[in-house]
Design a protein around this ligand. Structure first.
Ligand SMILES: [Zn+2]
Length: 156
């Protein structure tokens, strides 16, 4: 989903929390985390393409959304259940309110992305869980390798 949309949804979410007496400072942190989580796209782009041009990376992902192929080639590590769980545990262990607020922002963003993927899931052959779980992604890779091996064996 495009960052502008995340900003809009994040704003509405924070507005809702405001009525539950969340302090404005906390809401600002949640809002920033809700946007900043997408930095993993940039990191993954940089590693895969060996280019750290932010604008190019931005255009690349906007294009994927326009081509209706979001998440197609990249596992965005911050958008995974495992990362969020680890982050949550860290926030508890460190008893950090800041980390907990960031966790809320990250989780809300990922939830919105997930709902968006559910909406368009028919475009994907695979279960969309592979976009939101490292474990699901590893299992998928393993199965693909098995299939390839089986095909190669048949050809012999
Ligand atoms: Zn996202």
């Amino acid at each position: 989903m495009l960052p502008e949309r995340h900003a809009l949804f994040g704003f509405l979410f924070c507005l809702l929390l405001y009525f539950f007496n969340f302090p404005v400072k906390a809401l600002i942190l949640i809002f920033i985390a809700n946007i900043a989580i997408d930095i993993d796209h940039y990191i993954i782009y940089g590693i895969n393409k060996k280019s750290w041009n932010f604008l190019k990376a931005y255009r690349f992902f906007v294009n994927l959304v326009k081509l209706k192929k979001p998440g197609k080639f990249y596992l965005c590590i911050f958008h995974t259940i495992e990362f969020l769980l680890a982050f949550f545990i860290l926030a508890i262990l460190l008893k950090s309110n800041y980390l907990f607020l960031i966790f809320i922002g990250f989780s809300f963003h990922t939830f919105v992305d997930f709902v968006d993927m559910l909406r368009i899931r028919k475009r994907f052959k695979e279960n969309i869980l592979v976009f939101f779980s490292c474990i699901a992604r590893v299992i998928k890779r393993k199965n693909e390798r098995k299939k390839k091996k089986a095909k190669a064996f048949k050809r012999r």
